[in-house]
Ligand binder design. Structure first.
Ligand code: NAD
Length: 350
């Protein structure tokens, strides 16, 4: 395997690994270890170019620093990407080779699962390095993060409701959920149990039928879900869903969901503010999964009860972000970044 360093301003270490025998071409980006080891998932995606893969790794690694800083996980920010189609190019050897690349970081980067990778793939990574998180529970890891992410998003929606409606009670409120995957479906269940009415959209007809039967959810077209008349729009599928096309069509008071990078560009945070739509910044509200994984690093090891308790802090984190945005008359997305940067700065002087 050939490992080449890519010195990058603002990052502690960025490297590229190529191992033709194993079919591996990957990048690892460590943005910051100021607050702890850089924990972030391994994404496997058929990137159009080497540059596109590197750019994604850098952007995602930085995002992990801010997410973990606000959530106070005691972790830093990093990410890995593997170039390749996860449906056709996966082999055990590929992930064993990836483990060797991870090992080269000596614990400064610790992988977890992400888009295109599974806990099974991580088990192969673990064959060549001890630096792995997010393994299945029966292998000593913290297991599937999605229920924790869903719980955190639910609490974040309650915090937004308290801000906008003066009560966190969601009884009778309408929530439009875009994407009923691992997180979206679990979120739908929390909301249904809290008495909310649901409008849902997904590409998967079986998931929609399930949500209609279990929660009485109304099904909307995937192209129109963002424009549904509702109290809360919850993006739980794709990034960049708040953009120049969707913004004028929103008919909600709150945008709060699990998807990463919901704003197409930073300026869309200000556009939401202008429209008086309260936005729960994605990296604040969707931190439940990393909070859960982070508990693997706690003294004494992973304990579900402690993770669950820490996820409850997302309610306070969202409220704090909204309050700062109001006080400074800035978008909530900007307030979240300022909060994250101040926590990192506090870590630097420790
Ligand atoms: P998932 O792959 O399980 O679910 C995504 C769902 O979205 C699928 O059901 C898919 O059919 C649907 N979908 C795809 N395109 C769509 C479209 N155009 N319109 C409507 N639905 C569409 O993913 P997940 O784990 O539930 O994660 C959802 C989002 O939350 C992702 O953006 C992910 O990055 C983010 N996130 C997840 C976690 C976690 O713990 N899983 C943590 C943080 C952030």
């Amino acid at each position: 395997m050939k490992i080449v360093e890519i010195p990058t301003a603002g990052y502690e270490r960025v490297a590229e690994a190529v191992d033709p025998a194993a079919g591996l071409h990957a990048f690892i980006a460590v943005h910051s270890t100021v607050l702890g080891p850089a924990v972030g998932g391994i994404r496997m995606w058929p990137y159009a170019s080497r540059e596109a893969a590197l750019t994604d790794a850098l952007r995602l690694a930085e995002g992990m620093t801010w997410k973990s800083a606000v959530a106070e996980t005691g972790l830093g920010g990093g990410k890995a990407v593997i170039i390749g189609d996860s449906k056709t190019k996966k082999t055990p050897e590929l992930f064993v080779a990836m483990g060797r690349f991870v090992q080269d970081f000596q614990g400064r980067y610790v992988p977890a699962e992400d888009v295109g990778t599974t806990t099974g793939d991580l088990e192969n990574v673990a064959k060549s390095t001890k630096w792995v998180s997010g393994l299945p529970r029966d292998k000593g890891g913290s297991g599937n993060p999605s229920p924790f992410t869903a719980r955190g998003v639910f609490l974040g929606i309650q915090a937004c409701a308290a801000d906008v409606f003066g009560t966190q009670d969601l009884q009778g409120r309408t929530v439009a959920i875009q994407g009923l995957g691992s997180v979206g479906f679990a979120l739908a269940r929390h909301l249904h149990e809290a008495g909310a009415k649901l409008i849902v959209a997904d590409l998967d007809a079986a998931r929609l039928a399930e949500a209609a039967a279990e929660f009485g959810a109304v099904v909307e077209d995937v192209k129109r879900i963002h424009a549904a008349a509702c109290d809360v729009f919850a993006p739980c599928a794709l990034g960049a869903v708040i953009n120049d096309q969707t913004l004028p069509e929103l008919r909600c008071r709150i945008v709060a969901g699990a998807a990463n990078n919901q704003l197409h560009e930073l300026r869309h945070g200000e556009a939401l503010r202008q429209r008086k739509i309260v936005y729960a910044p994605d990296f604040v509200i969707n931190a439940g999964g990393i909070i859960n994984v982070g508990q693997e690093f706690a003294p004494g090891g992973y304990q579900e009860a402690v993770a669950t308790k820490k996820v409850a802090n997302i309610f306070r984190a969202v409220k704090e972000t909204l309050a700062l945005a109001k006080a400074l008359e800035i978008p909530t997305s900007e307030a979240a970044l300022r909060l994250a940067k101040s926590k990192l700065a506090a870590g630097l002087v420790k």
